[in-house]
Design a protein around this ligand. Sequence first.
Ligand code: ADP
Ligand code: MG
Ligand code: ZN
Length: 641
Amino acid sequence: MAPTAPKKPKNKKTAPLSPRRGLKNALGGPSFFGNLLTTVLIFLLLMSIYSLIEGFVQPTSSVPLSVVASDVGAGKISSITVNGDSLNLTYTDGSEKTSRKDPSAGLPETLATYGVTPEELSKVSITIQGQSGFQFWFLTLAPILIPLVFIALIFWFLSRQVKGAGMQAFSFGQSKARVIDPADLSQRVTFADVAGAREAKEELLEIVDFLKSPKKFLDIGARIPKGIILMGAPGTGKTLLARAVAGEAGVPFFSISGSEFVEMFVGVGASRVRDLFQLAKKAAPAIIFVDEIDAVGRVRGTGVGGGNDEREQTLNQILVEMDGFEPTEKVVVMAATNRPDVLDPALLRPGRFDRRVTIDLPDRRDREEILKIHARTKPLGPDVALAVIAERTPGFSGAELYSLMNEGAILAARENRKEVTQYDLIRSIEKVMLGPERKSHLLSKREKELTAYHEAGHALVSSVLEYADPVHKISVISRGRAAGYTLKLPFEDKKMQSKKQFLDDIAATLGGYVAEEMLFDDVTTGPSNDLMVITALARDMVVRYGMSDKLGPIAFGERALGNEPYSEEVAAKIDAEVSRIITDAKARAAQVISEHRKALDAIAKELTEKETVERDEFEKLLIANGITPKKKEEEGVTITT
Ligand code: ADP
Ligand code: MG
Ligand code: ZN
């Protein structure tokens, strides 16, 4: 394995195309209004040239043929120049006039019909002048061509404008890829910037090795995977890791997002893919990164919601490009998705994205490492213990930890402090989990009471049932989308959960619903999120964890259109089990609440008055009502709204 230490990026002499130069050209043009002004000026210029020539050819007043005839008869005209069907008349007094004749007849015949005798005509010198080729064509075509040129110019500038909006574009119809040049040290990311994800890094080291010295691999006939797909929850650092591979190897990084293709015109996506691959091949060794590939790579042809031609064409083009790779091509395609389940199987076939790297949510140690990375630029106070923050944030992704550190720094800065304290970080945990407090959102008195009973219901059931998480804090201050919330601290970092814990969790989550129903003899839309959570949980118990006695220890696959891993009959059984689990849990929650009705009232009253009840006060209320609080164990945090 190659050393992971960052190496000075190699000077890429082999790349004939400098991506940055391309970028600069695309961005260096004048502004849109500058363009418009130029267009208008060019138009005006053409118009004036045209009218100038027109004016030059027909300088003076025009007279009808009858006047010409009578003037010839009167001997007033000294000469006539015939130019096509236009006549230039020179009078004996030196003045000039023009006229027109019927193009099909000659001048003598025409004048004869007006009664001019041949003798009279012979006194006039007649010159027949062929129109010059240029003049003729210009005069005939200019009225048609000038508007056409003008329209073409407008289109051209508009298309440039469209590109400009997309920023880093190369030229119209070409790839909208962003390129990170390995020589640009400010943009460089290495493995040292990615905490945790040890296994993923190990796997990717091989790719780094290959991109660094492809010859070594190609000489020995080794076939390097063309496509690597990074799978993981949002914010786990997939994009970051892909960039780190490019940074480690010192190769250009071409990235494009699948979601960008979806809103494009049919055909544009495919041509962008083609251009992107061409650019990358020119710059090889290089990495092409397709972010959010599920946006284009969903199972094709299911007809759900109508086919999306653009998506399919784009996906097909990606497949065609990957299949067309020579074995010696030094381009590695990486892709990222948080929905590996919806990907088209064609993408995962050998020779395409056949290498899969999964990135898990960080565990406690990784979380601490991630916090450390993001604390590098922030002065921390002496009391800060990142290990404690890491302990309290199970389920946080790297991106959430990043924003936690950032929120902490914002809190410190707002209070004009030079250092971030532990308290700043603790407050940030809640903020990241729930969104900021919405002080402006005032609940009406009834809403507040209802929310108080709802949260009290959660808290009470959580405290009474043996395996539910102990309550840390309850609040009816609305946060994010939630009207109120109950913060619970689970006993352990929930890596593994048991059936009993799940059942108690479901009952506690239903506590809010049950309290509302019992007290107000009505239910609101408030618990809709709770219901979503428990339905998903109950379903997982049955189909994933084998926690249903009726169906037994079987993990059933996802049932989707065209993919039916089990029969209708089994599906009905699953639904029945899910509904039984929920009904049982509801009955247990109802029993706890009616048994401890006095405690519920006390908690709700306290909540209505104080809006936020911390753990100590809450436990006093429990003890006063004959409930023994659970032993304190500070680990992660879960929230029920
Ligand atoms: P994804 O692409 O998986 O949604 P990103 O790579 O965009 O996630 O991560 C967003 C941000 O979160 C990163 O820019 C980084 O600041 C932070 N982050 C995520 N995972 C990690 C990690 N393992 N180590 C350090 N920072 C991380
Ligand atoms: Mg990403
Ligand atoms: Zn709730």
